[in-house]
Design a protein around this ligand. Structure first.
Ligand SMILES: NC(=O)c1ccc[n+]([C@@H]2O[C@H](COP(=O)([O-])OP(=O)(O)OC[C@H]3O[C@@H](n4cnc5c(N)ncnc54)[C@H](O)[C@@H]3O)[C@@H](O)[C@H]2O)c1
Length: 329
């Protein structure tokens, strides 16, 4: 199959592209390089530009009239930035996606796979959530994901195309062969903060130790980015069995099915590095939640996919990638 990946020079899109290539598919990338890296598109058909640039999208589709499916990863993704600039986020993530989808529909593209997020779910209580969980996005970023899901649902039912929304939980790690990884190797999630603390020789702070979880610290479902990428390959390959003429829209959680608490993440980090990590504890931060993990039965059923890699694998690859990335800049 030939797969167009928007945001294909970014963290997840580039990893999806590699997994598609390894599975024998062809890829075409569209990325404006606002966050993506040109090097992630090297040796691949990379079109540099905006998803809302209709002329560019049309010429890409004219060059590749045989595109079978689109994986739509391009987006702005920083939650606090979305709170400071909601109009910018709604414009890029929602407005530009509509322009892109119109072009894709007009070109007869039938299969859309969308990068959605577990952040669309309501109140995270430390428990598992399945695809029927109540939606209540808590930030403009998360709201853009829920809005695009709604748009894809409605457009699919109107016959514009068929679509699968993949709700990612908490991606970590890098391509295990370290071809790609995070452009910012120490992100703001707990693992990034642990890595920063270790690099600075400072203690890592656990914020909140009275959550309703097994050890009181917050809980996430850390999914290795390579497992995530393999789920996209399955979604593309099995698309026609999943999103059908009768049921043209499907939502699928992508997580491990197992939550990892912050204390457990610290323990994983210590196992991987072989060093003790200094830790301090403080109160909850405003806006924090206990967290959630994915119920992944649907992914197992319709994608025949399950995450294979452990949190230790994710920590190991994240550290290895950060070291490689820093040595290159
Ligand atoms: N990383 C996560 O924790 C996470 C979790 C859930 C969902 N997601 C979703 O996965 C997708 C990919 O995220 P990522 O972590 O790889 O982020 P990323 O920033 O690495 O990738 C996004 C890519 O999109 C490109 N882009 C942004 N706006 C564009 C535009 N208007 N036109 C063309 N290209 C544009 C950027 O240059 C970047 O390469 C996003 O849709 C994000 O919402 C990510």
């Amino acid at each position: 199959m030939k797969v167009l990946i928007t945001g294909g020079a970014g963290y997840i899109g580039s990893t999806v592209a590699t997994a598609c290539l390894e599975a024998g598919h062809e890829v075409v990338l569209l990325d404006d390089l606002s966050r993506g890296l040109r090097s992630f598109g090297e040796g691949r058909h990379l079109y540099v530009g905006d998803i809302a640039d209709g002329d560019l999208v049309d010429s890409l589709l004219a060059d590749h009239p045989d595109i079978d499916a689109v994986v739509h990863c391009a987006a702005r993704i920083v939650v606090p930035e979305s709170v400071a600039d909601p109009l910018g986020y709604y414009d890029t993530n929602v407005g530009k996606t509509i322009l892109l989808l119109q072009r894709l529909r007009d070109a007869g593209i039938a299969r859309i796979v969308f990068s959605s997020s577990a952040s669309v779910y309501a109140g995270e209580t430390g428990e598992g959530v399945d695809e029927s969980g109540r939606l209540a996005p808590a930030s403009p970023y998360a709201a853009t994901k829920a809005m695009i899901e709604q748009i894809l649902h409605d457009a699919s039912h109107a016959g514009d195309f068929r679509a699968i929304a993949l709700r990612y939980f908490n991606p970590i790690g890098a391509d295990p062969q370290l071809r790609t990884g995070l452009q910012n190797p120490t992100p703001s999630h707990a693992l990034g903060k642990i890595m920063q603390a270790r690099a600075a020789g400072e203690p890592f702070t656990i914020t909140g130790t009275d959550w309703p979880t097994r050890d009181g610290s917050g809980l996430r479902d850390y999914i290795h980015v390579w497992d995530l990428a393999l789920a996209h390959v399955a979604a593309v390959e099995r698309f026609d069995d999943i999103a059908t003429a009768a049921e043209p829209y499907e939502v699928i959680n992508l997580g491990t099915g197992d939550g990892v608490t912050v204390r457990e993440l610290v323990a994983a980090f210590e196992r991987v590095t072989g060093e003790a990590l200094a830790v301090t504890e403080t109160e909850r931060r405003p806006g924090d939640q206990a967290g959630a993990f994915a119920i992944v039965d649907r992914a197992a059923e319709v994608l025949d996919w399950r995450a294979q890699r452990s949190v230790d694998d994710g920590v190991r690859d994240a550290i290895a990638w950060a070291e490689k990335f820093r040595s290159q800049i």
